[in-house]
Design a protein around this ligand. Structure first.
Ligand SMILES: Cc1ncc(COP(=O)(O)O)c(C=O)c1O
Length: 385
């Protein structure tokens, strides 16, 4: 009997041809049909600007904020609307001042959006980035060891973008509290597929663009800002973030105050008439499925992929140390340069990151997709299962 907690195949909700095995959600999610429709309605609205009213600049943003807040057990007031992870992480950098001699702890080879901002901030302050190397038993211990009295910020993902290896955020948060360091999370490869509760980890900032596991559009994302930073400095001085900006007739009565909560950190022109409804449609669907159930279902899929890839000589992080939705398959022999081209010729799509084949299914991934990928891999490597 099938496990009632697991979500059955949801391919019918996406626009995926039957013969395409798209195991690359960590690159970019295919759009839900509901998301595409919401975007088209937004494009159509902009074509008829006489139908665009003042509330259209505020209400869709607040609806998206509320939904994202539900996903992480925060409140709408804690959420800013941003165009990219880089933007959100730059906001974190601007609001977590560093002094000479302090450190920012990161993971080695973490995604550049969560690296350049800290390189710049530490260079400006005479501080230092410490990029910890992974050890045999994972990331957590090296991160804990690198956190000292000098540490001002720990800026890490929940799981590494190359292979899904997890960081134990409970342990890291306990240690950062001991030394008074801030916790900044790049949740691009985790939120939407890995449960997260801000009341458990009390991070300072979390940045997440919509276009991967949040199943939403490109060029839109969310920034969680802990209430203790709500009076911080935004990157931009956008007019919609100012108090009373709803009153278009009086915008030149310039305001010194801001809209409440984290809204001051919103990007300029955040009332994206097509992107916000797309993000909203995706969040509604994710909340409807439930993140726990998504995580459990994707773990089943990556479990099967791990088992079958093992017969081709591939290994993955042990299940206890990887995010369930994420696989980095490695083997002793190097990967052929033309591997992705050969897989794509068989309509099987994955990524190569570092020395790992990154395999990231979603609820549209069928058994036939997994079989297509594994067969294509077998053929491309000249191996047999
Ligand atoms: C871990 C991680 N962070 C961030 C991003 C994207 O960053 P941005 O939204 O700044 O383009 C990616 C894209 O692959 C990623 O894997």
């Amino acid at each position: 009997m099938s496990d009632p907690a697991l979500i059955p195949d949801q391919r019918h909700l996406f626009d995926l041809p039957e013969d395409v095995a798209y195991l690359n959600c960590a690159y970019m999610a295919p759009s839900l049909k509901s998301v595409t429709q919401a975007g088209m309605a937004g494009v159509t609205l902009k074509a008829r600007p006489w139908d665009v009213t003042a509330p259209d600049f505020f209400e869709p943003a607040d609806r998206a904020r509320s939904l994202f807040a539900r996903l992480i057990n925060a409140t709408a007031d804690d959420i800013a609307i941003i165009p990219s992870a880089s933007y959100g992480l730059a906001t974190a950098g601007r609001n977590l001042p560093l002094s000479t001699g302090q450190t920012v702890v990161t993971l080695a080879e973490q995604f550049p959006s969560n690296v350049y901002v800290w390189r710049q901030a530490t260079a400006d302050a005479g501080a230092e980035v410490i990029a910890v190397e992974k050890r045999q038993d994972g990331w957590t211990d090296p991160v804990l060891d690198a956190i000292t009295d000098r540490t001002a910020v720990v800026a890490i993902p929940h799981c590494h973008w190359t292979d899904g290896a997890l960081v134990d955020l409970d342990a890291v948060r306990t240690r950062t509290r001991e030394v008074g360091a801030a916790l900044v999370i790049d949740a691009c490869q985790s939120l939407g597929a890995l449960p997260f509760d801000v009341t458990r980890y009390d991070p300072d900032f979390i940045a997440a663009p919509c276009y991967k596991w949040l199943l939403g559009p490109y060029s839109m994302g969310f920034l969680y800002v802990a209430p203790r930073h709500h009076d911080g400095k935004p990157l931009e001085q956008t007019w919609t973030a100012r108090e009373k900006s709803e009153d278009f007739a009086r915008l030149v009565n310039y305001a010194s105050g801001f809209q409440p909560g984290a809204r001051r950190f919103d990007m300029g022109e955040r009332a994206q008439f097509h992107l916000l409804p797309m993000a909203t449609a995706a969040l509604e669907q994710l909340l409807d499925w439930g993140i726990e159930r998504i995580a459990a279902t994707l773990l089943e899929k990556t479990r099967r992929l791990t088992r079958d890839a093992a017969t081709l000589g591939f290994a993955a992080e042990p299940e206890s140390r990887r995010a369930g939705h994420y696989l980095g398959l490695t083997r002793d022999a190097p990967l052929p340069d033309d591997l992705l081209t050969k897989l794509a010729a068989a309509n099987a799509y994955v990524s190569v990151r570092g020395s790992a084949i990154r395999v990231t299914p979603h609820l549209y991934t069928s058994d036939a997709d997994m079989e297509r990928f594994l067969t294509a891999l077998e053929v491309a490597l000249g191996a047999t299962r």
